[in-house]
Design a protein around this ligand. Structure first.
Ligand SMILES: Cc1cc2nc3c(=O)[nH]c(=O)nc-3n(C[C@H](O)[C@H](O)[C@H](O)COP(=O)(O)OP(=O)(O)OC[C@H]3O[C@@H](n4cnc5c(N)ncnc54)[C@H](O)[C@@H]3O)c2cc1C
Length: 399
């Protein structure tokens, strides 16, 4: 510890003002839980123009936080998800407007930066301290000490790590507890292009061999997209590929994909190596807990990372506001109640990744033949299990 820095005490500490940490700060404030959020970046650095899909389970928590109408106003409705094979033959369609909850919680796409801003503006200004990068955390005599990279110290009764997939809180608990590369890289981009009206309000996914392309027109003339590619090793750093290489990989028999890639600008490209954190071990130790990607990073197949971080935040805020039990006991309950749903989603993600990212010629042929035969009601039932707002946050227990 730097001797020039005094210890500052707060009741609870949350590390990370990303989507999960902000939701916890907001719900915690609404439920009168004294806490402070420590965030490494400055507010305006935490943006990023990529798109998130919010399904009924995420919208329900946003509703409870009083933000549903803001989110719907700044987002765009997605009424259908269409799946295609590599020749752009329609495999099947999921009509999201058939979702029983569509009228209350219509599936909404939103720029991540817009969602972050809406959450941030709803939080009390003095609950978040920026420019505070956690280096390590330790638990001692019923207290938690958080130390910043520049030697500042905060002391609290408990601490929750909401500091994302490369969490420094998790690293403090065990330096070998890391998210694993799942054998896919993902390019994200935005293209200014007018698409045919038949693509409006639709998310389209084209499944090839070992590669997928997902795109949505988020407003007239602006398309956001993901290009997923199987690869044995993670991408080194944020290295830039020339756009032509992507265009080459996604040479399809016509259709909008080529146009989208041809009109994309290099500056909009963002590359990540997909990782998941799926070790079956508790997300807490004494009075320190993990939530969101820090605890259970999911790959994007199910579009559930932010939704699950919101559900963690909701449950933690309920437990911390309703009980006088010691933090370790509350964190144990939190983990026991949340883990089954996360395990279920991890299995779903792996299954979808295996099917949609299949590389083997025979398997892809089988997939492209069988998928169009899938009854739509079966698909809707599965989607309700994953995305429905009634879906268990707590494994059916009342808190
Ligand atoms: C390609 C892609 C597509 C996705 N699509 C969807 C989707 O459609 N729907 C969906 O629900 N989810 C989606 N997700 C997942 C979603 O983005 C994440 O799960 C979600 O952002 C996790 O929130 P979080 O708060 O746990 O972490 P983050 O949002 O990553 O926030 C972590 C915060 O901690 C801060 N931080 C990090 N280290 C420190 C430190 N040492 N000290 C202090 N602060 C620190 C960071 O600056 C950041 O503000 C997608 C993810 C990917 C990669």
């Amino acid at each position: 510890m730097n001797k020039n820095h005094k210890k500052i005490e707060t009741k609870g500490i949350v590390v990370g003002a990303g989507l999960g940490g902000l939701m916890l700060a907001l719900l915690g404030w609404q439920k009168h839980i004294p806490l402070t959020v420590l965030e490494r970046s400055r507010y305006d650095e935490n943006s990023g123009g990529r798109t998130l899909w919010l399904y009924p389970n995420a919208l329900r928590i946003l509703d409870q936080a009083g933000l549903l109408s803001d989110v719907i106003r700044h987002g765009f409705p997605v009424r259908e998800i269409r799946y295609y094979d590599i020749d752009l033959k329609r495999s099947f369609t999921v009509r999201l407007s058939d979702f029983p909850e569509h009228s209350t919680y219509p599936v909404t796409g939103i720029l991540r930066s817009d969602l972050h801003r809406i959450l941030r503006q709803a939080c009390p200004e003095d609950s978040i301290i920026c420019d505070w990068q956690l280096r390590r955390v330790s638990a001692r005599k019923g207290k938690v000490l958080a130390e910043s990279a520049d030697g500042r110290i905060r002391e609290g009764a408990w601490l929750i790590g909401a500091d994302g997939i490369h969490s420094a809180v998790r690293q403090s608990l065990d330096p070998n507890w890391n998210a694993c590369f799942v054998g896919q890289i993902c390019w994200q981009g935005t293209t200014q292009i007018e698409l045919d009206p038949s693509w409006h309000g639709v998310t389209s996914e084209i499944m090839g061999r070992g590669r997928r392309f997902v795109f949505t027109e988020i407003r007239p003339g602006t398309v956001t997209w993901l290009a997923l590619i199987r690869q044995e090793t993670p991408a080194q750093g944020q290295g830039k590929w020339p756009l032509e290489r992507l265009q080459h990989i996604y040479r399809l028999s016509g259709g909008p994909v080529q146009d989208i890639l041809e009109h994309a600008s290099e500056d909009s490209l963002h590359l990540i190596s997909l990782r998941e954190l799926s070790e079956a071990r508790p997300w807490y130790h004494q009075n320190i807990a993990l939530m969101g990607d820090a605890a259970h990073a999911l790959t994007p197949e199910t579009g559930q990372g932010a939704a699950q971080a919101f559900q963690d935040a909701w449950l933690l805020s309920e437990l911390l506001s309703q009980s006088d039990s010691p933090p370790e006991e509350l964190f144990r309950q939190y983990y026991t109640l949340r883990a089954p749903q996360i395990r279920f989603l991890q299995r779903q993600s792996r299954f979808i990744r295996g099917v949609s990212g299949a590389e083997n010629r025979l398997l892809t042929k089988l997939r492209d033949t069988l998928l169009p035969l899938l009854p739509e009601h079966l698909m809707l039932r599965k989607m309700k299990q994953v995305y429905g707002s009634e879906q268990n946050i707590t494994g059916g227990h009342h808190v």
